[in-house]
Ligand binder design. Structure first.
Ligand code: AHG
Ligand code: MN
Ligand code: MN
Length: 324
């Protein structure tokens, strides 16, 4: 089985990008170890802090954020990082660093204390050519500008799903500490009978989303003339991993609980990197009205409505919104 590093080199990946991905994996291995210890090392439970997203930080949200920040800012290729758990981007001492990294250090963190899958999501951008001083504007690029994106799922095994713009590949963390190629050129089935949505928000959705879900639930008796099954892990990394593995649809749509916000999930840490993976594996990723990777960010913590997965199912969902 091939090592991550040699696989990337063999596929003529930009050597500086390979070096940055290696650095990211040093941090993710450390996070995997901390998670494995769990209760034994006192890392479970919450802190007294609330992040910029208005969410209570778990101890492991903070630990994972600190590990990634520390390791990345030491790499001379990194000019700065932006994290779901940081109020503002953090810049390194390397003004000529070529890359910017955005990340969700621990996704699905409500699962930590119940010992269910969580993950780290990352997105790599280049510093714009005409960049001046360090500022948040350097990061405000749309998802099409990503040079790489991926996640590490900390499940029964730790798995990296990675794209550098040339398909999606998966690597499993071996006991030796190496990520080994376990799934090459991942392709999402075009159709599916599986969907994932938090049904408890039903009454807050727009009419087209309610109608779409009503029709899925009607199964073979309804207009879709087919039975569907539902999953909800409350960890986007785990849901996207399932979709990359066997297809499906995942959506966290806009809802009326906080009408001013376009959705719950974050464009720069969740929406864009997951969209790049899904599109690179042959799926679709949309706000229900437009392509997520073409959304122009005006705020680093910007939210976005997300629907992604098997091509035919995402297209069907978009059609319901076109009727609106
Ligand atoms: P995070 O833990 O980074 O805040 O993200 C959690 C996200 C996402 O992973 C998941 O799909 C969703 O929030 C779960 O939301 P509900 O609490 O509505 O189930
Ligand atoms: Mn998240
Ligand atoms: Mn998170």
């Amino acid at each position: 089985m091939q090592l991550l590093n040699s696989f990337l080199k063999h596929h003529q990946t930009d050597p500086e990008l390979v070096e940055l991905i290696d650095t990211l994996m040093i941090a993710c291995k450390e996070i995997a170890l901390q998670l494995r210890e769990g209760e034994l090392s006192g890392v479970l439970g919450v802190t007294d802090n609330t992040n910029i997203q208005g969410e209570t930080q778990k101890k492991l949200d903070v630990i994972a954020n600190e590990v990634l920040k520390k390791v990345l800012l030491l790499n001379p290729l990194v000019r700065g990082i932006a994290s779901e758990e940081e109020d503002d981007p953090v810049f390194s001492d390397h003004m000529d660093g070529r890359f910017l990294v955005t990340f969700d250090p621990l996704d699905g963190s409500s699962n930590i204390d119940i010992n269910v899958s969580v993950g780290t999501i990352f997105s790599i951008l280049e510093v714009p050519r005409d960049a001046g001083e360090n500022s948040v504007e350097l990061f405000l690029q749309n998802g099409c500008n990503q040079v790489a994106a991926g996640y590490v799922l900390y499940g029964p095994s730790a798995v990296l799903a990675l794209t550098t713009g040339d398909g999606v590949n998966m690597f499993t963390l071996a006991h030796t500490g190496d990520f080994l190629l376990t799934h090459e050129d991942v392709t999402i089935p075009v159709s599916t009978g599986e969907f994932a949505i938090n049904m408890s928000n039903y009454r807050f959705w727009e009419a087209p989303m309610r109608q779409y879900i009503d029709d899925l639930i009607a199964g073979s008796d309804g207009p879709r003339e087919k039975n569907y099954n539902m999953r909800w892990i409350a960890s986007m990394v785990a849901e996207v991993h399932r979709i990359l593995t066997r297809g499906g649809l995942f959506t966290y749509p806009w809802d009326a609980r906080e009408p001013a916000k376009p959705g719950k999930l974050r464009l720069m840490y969740e929406g864009n990197p997951m969209s790049m993976l899904i599109e690179q594996a042959g799926g679709l990723s949309s706000t229900c009205y437009s392509r997520i990777m073409e959304v122009e960010p005006d705020n680093i913590h910007q939210r976005v409505s997300i629907a992604l997965g098997s091509r035919e199912e995402v297209e069907a969902l978009i059609k319901y919104h076109e009727k609106k």
